[in-house]
Design a protein around this ligand. Structure first.
Ligand code: SF4
Ligand code: SF4
Length: 298
């Protein structure tokens, strides 16, 4: 079972919700921090990041001695990353998505590929026994999607070392007979978010009751609908702003699964690297109840 925690707007408390959910559900849990431009879940979960792997895309390289400048590679490239000008075949790495079409279709086999490193994947186990992996994009790279795609593939690490934390409510977890995967999505509503959501079973949307929160929530709900994914909402900083988010959720038939009040103690604790269940242990039961609600919705 895979759950992604997303929010259209940055800074709504997405990582706060994702990390506490991962800590309380028990059993085998894999946490993926897919916010590769600014991953920060490790600050709360404190994994020992022992595994590292360079990651990027396969960039085409043209052998000019074999190239006949037929132009077929430029024709097939949807991203306009190749141009054939006279007797020159030019590659524009910033536009290339590493799809491999040009290499496959070159009639002269004049194209080979090299790995263009865009970032690194890091993985390990947290002190509480969670499997953890994150992607970290190099500064200045324009595309997060290839790193997220590789992170999703590079996920079966260290499961054999996972510590089993059996909690009373784990009858339910045990009945799921599989590892729970929790993905912390990037903020926004663009391609990296779509890539993070692909392949999950449920989308947990964290928002705040403000006009900005509502606007960005609507955008990300649009993505879940396009992908045909069930979703639920967590309202963070409940008590500020207005009731427009609640009204929208009722109209759009999206269940509100939890409310987290606007509270100084929570803000101070998060700023010190504490999870919500560290700050308020009683939230453990609320997160477990929310998880049961999610399974019943599925
Ligand atoms: S398809 Fe191959 S031979 Fe034709 S222009 Fe491209 S690299 Fe050259
Ligand atoms: S690998 Fe794909 S995106 Fe890159 S140049 Fe070739 S066809 Fe274009």
């Amino acid at each position: 079972m895979r759950i992604v925690v997303a929010s259209g707007k940055g800074g709504t408390g997405k990582t706060t919700v994702a990390t506490s959910l991962a800590l309380v559900v028990g059993g085998a849990v894999l946490f993926l921090d897919c916010d590769v431009e600014a991953p920060n879940a490790a600050l709360f979960l404190n994994p020992a990041l022992e595994k590292h792997k360079d990651v990027g895309i396969q960039l085409p390289v043209v052998d000019e001695t074999l190239c006949t400048h037929c132009g077929k590679c430029a024709e097939v490239c949807e991203f306009h990353a190749i141009a054939v000008i006279g007797k020159k075949t030019l590659i524009f790495p910033e536009l290339c998505h590493g799809c491999g079409s040009c290499t496959l279709l070159c009639p002269e086999k004049a194209i080979c590929e090299r790995l263009e490193v865009m970032g690194v994947l890091e993985g390990g186990t947290t002190p509480t026994g969670l499997d953890f992996a994150q992607g970290v994009m190099n500064v200045g790279e324009p595309m997060a999607v290839p790193i997220i795609r590789e992170l999703k593939k590079w996920q079966r690490l260290g499961l054999d070392t996972a510590v089993e934390h059996r909690l009373p409510f784990d009858k339910l977890r045990a009945s799921l007979d599989q590892q729970l995967e929790i993905r912390d999505a990037p903020p926004g509503a663009s391609c990296p978010v779509v890539e993070t959501m692909r392949g999950v079973d449920f989308v947990l949307l964290v928002t705040e009751p403000t006009p900005f929160g509502l606007h960005d929530l609507k955008q990300v709900v649009g993505i879940t609908r396009e992908l045909g994914l069930p979703a639920g909402v967590v309202i963070n900083r409940d008590g500020i702003g207005d009731h427009a988010v609640e009204t929208y959720c009722v109209e759009a038939k999206i269940p509100i699964l939890m409310r987290i009040p606007f509270e100084r103690a929570i803000a101070e604790g998060v700023a010190q690297g504490k999870t919500l269940v560290d700050i308020h242990p009683e939230y453990g039961n609320r997160f477990r109840q929310m998880f049961m609600q999610i399974t019943s919705l599925l």
